[in-house]
Design a protein around this ligand. Structure first.
Ligand SMILES: [Mg+2]
Length: 480
């Protein structure tokens, strides 16, 4: 058999096809050959390039990718249905648009500032454009603009080439991504446990609870140097408790306070059992010694992790906590990019698990890189997320394409309209605690203008023109 015929046979052989009987490939071969525009004789005689073109002609390309250019960036800022989130929409010269979310709580200007840097560029060059705009992002909300734009670029690139985003990252490791959810807090442990059980009843298979010294602050003798306590430590301070970093509050938790906090875990585990992974967050602002005391006390409850016990950048202190307990430690939702934080955290093995928010960490591709690096170094990997459904699905593409991935945060379980903000997803986005990886081009959904209007921030317009951001003159080079 000639090379050409071998290639043709390979092209026509669908490994997923279930053959009805023992008639092997011959019948389906003719059937498939008949579907195409070329006759079988013409097809077998055609050059291999024509055969490939013929085979790929049903691939949906919405665009001519090499001529695609960004023509505009506009914003719609929404709230109530999620934390206040500016949605970024990129327009092109070929009619296709791309969406991203500027992280919850971030300013729309963080994205608008980038408009002058990407106008006229081909959005399919995602990595090159990321390198142009990367310097204008930073930790926490300051990463929101770069990440929102990065996701919108992937959305456009996928739409232009007619493939889902995960495919452009190298393909997927899984068809569904597992989510974790937290719930509303109650100061009554029994009520709190009941609410967590309701999550399980809805199909969730991984949980997180917010538990911390705020739940015991009014119990006499539980917390020393309490922010709202008798000696009012912030009376003459320019920064209040919530803006004072952990080592500087000099809060201590007494044995009584620890017992009270452990009661929450005890009631929780008695109610929901030990089979479901359960993490914890929002412990409060206290230093390393208190963190170690609590982490040790919690060991018998086998938490999945204790999150953000101290700020992420105190890496030596994180390492001290991690070395002092068998309770897994976790941080990362405020770190921007691999080289500006995650690399060091992982190299030091300061925590057991890293928890990037792709709306801060650098977007879809950078987050995959962080996951790959964590994986090479034996550190667990999961995603924080608390904004819109487009970036949630952006996370799903990134997570699907990363080998070792645990859980993606779902922060809108109680907001029925959150999923309705977008169209194009077949069925519910989150079902039985998992998200099916979208197979449509790009991220796979479109924001619905009518639904966005319903939740627009007062005084904000829906994707209004932004010509004032077309030009910013500056020499951007960061080295000499
Ligand atoms: Mg957190």
């Amino acid at each position: 058999m000639t090379y050409k015929k071998e290639r043709l046979k390979a092209l026509m052989n669908d490994p997923h096809e279930v053959k009805p009987d023992n008639q092997n490939g011959r019948r389906s071969f003719f059937k498939k050959a008949g579907i195409g525009g070329l006759s079988l004789a013409a097809l077998t005689a055609a050059p291999i390039e024509d055969v490939l073109a013929e085979s790929a002609k049903n691939v949906n390309r919405s665009s001519a990718p090499s001529d695609l250019k960004i023509t505009d960036m506009r914003i719609a800022e929404v709230s109530d249905v999620m934390f206040r989130t500016p949605i970024v929409k990129l327009y092109t010269n070929q009619g296709i648009v791309g969406y991203g979310d500027v992280r919850d709580g971030a300013a729309k200007e963080y994205a608008l500032f980038l408009k002058s840097r990407i106008l006229g560029e081909n959005p399919c060059n995602v990595e090159r454009l990321f390198k142009i705009i990367e310097q204008f992002g930073g930790h926490a909300r300051q990463g929101g603009g770069v990440c929102g734009v990065e996701m919108a670029l992937w959305d456009l690139a996928g739409k232009a080439y007619g493939v889902p985003v995960y495919q452009m990252l190298g393909g997927k490791y899984r068809d569904r991504v597992r989510v974790y959810c937290d719930t509303t807090t109650s100061s009554d442990p029994v009520e709190y446990a009941k609410r967590m059980q309701e999550r399980i009843d809805k199909g969730y298979t991984a949980l997180k609870m917010d538990i911390g010294i705020n739940l015991i602050r009014d119990i006499p003798g539980a917390v020393i140097n309490n922010a709202g306590g008798k000696f009012d430590p912030y009376k003459y301070e320019y920064r209040k408790y919530n803006l004072t970093q952990h080592p500087f509050t000099r809060i201590q938790v007494t044995d009584k306070g620890i017992d009270k906090l452990m009661e929450f875990l005890d009631v929780m585990r008695s109610q929901i059992g030990y089979e479901i992974p359960m993490g914890t967050d929002h412990w409060g602002h206290f230093g390393v010694n208190e963190a170690i005391k609590l982490a040790r006390a919690a060991e018998k409850y086998n938490l999945a992790y204790m999150e953000d016990l101290i700020p992420w950048h105190y890496m030596e202190q994180w390492k001290e906590i991690s070395m002092s307990t068998t309770t897994p430690t976790q941080t990362g939702e405020d770190i921007y990019t691999l080289k500006r934080g995650f690399k060091q955290l992982i190299d030091m093995r300061a925590v057991d698990i890293v928890h990037p928010d792709p709306n801060t960490s650098g977007g879809i591709l950078e987050t995959k890189r962080i996951g790959d690096y964590a994986s090479e170094n034996g550190v667990g990997f999961m995603h924080h997320h608390a904004s819109g459904p487009v970036s949630f699905l952006g996370c799903v593409h990134s997570a699907a394409a990363t080998e070792n991935f645990m859980w993606l945060e779902h922060h809108a379980v109680d907001k029925a309209d959150w999923e309705k903000l977008v169209t194009g997803f077949d069925g519910p986005i989150v079902e039985n605690g998992y998200v099916k990886v979208p197979e449509k081009p790009g991220i796979g959904v479109e924001y619905d203008d009518e639904m966005l209007k319903k939740y627009l921030v007062k005084g904000e317009k829906l994707f209004a023109p932004t010509p004032e951001w077309d030009n910013i003159r500056a020499w951007d080079r960061t080295w000499s």
